[in-house]
Design a protein around this ligand. Structure first.
Ligand code: ZN
Length: 140
């Protein structure tokens, strides 16, 4: 059993930036030479999330519209009064989707569906530099 931990660093443009990171996670798995196990993908920070959906323009818009309906950017939030900032909605969206995703892998390939991508969701109201931790646990 081996544990490999790597980090993906990228810059986002702020809410509601959705970035397909599937390829980057796959590259880390290939480099690790691990064959069977699980990959945890985790974003550091409380205003971003990791999720999965079919990454195509229509669904990207649907996801953004759904989040705006559930937790509107224009709503008023107690958190904004605490720090006098404006990202209460960002924290709530991040909490709802969660910071991580576990994907099993077999024979060196992530067991994702063809239309199932790993997506970083940026909810903060400004551009951020994000660190995504990819931790693989498995055997080669
Ligand atoms: Zn905040």
């Amino acid at each position: 059993m081996k544990i490999v931990t790597e980090k993906i660093k990228l810059k986002t443009t702020g809410n509601p930036d959705l970035i397909n990171i599937t390829e980057k996670v796959s590259e880390i798995l290939t480099r690790s030479q691990l064959k069977n196990g699980i990959a945890t993908v985790f974003v550091v920070g409380s205003t971003a999330a990791i999720t999965t959906f079919e990454f195509e323009p229509g669904l990207i818009k649907d996801v953004q519209d759904l989040l705006e309906k559930l937790i509107s950017e224009k709503g008023s939030y107690a958190h904004d009064l605490t720090w006098n900032d404006a990202n209460g909605f960002s924290h709530l969206r991040a909490m709802l989707l969660g910071p991580s995703l576990v994907v099993p892998f077999e024979e060196g390939r992530l067991l994702l569906g063809t239309w199932q991508q790993v997506v970083l969701a940026e909810f903060d109201c400004r551009s951020r530099s994000r660190t995504i931790v990819v931790q693989l646990i498995g055997i080669s």
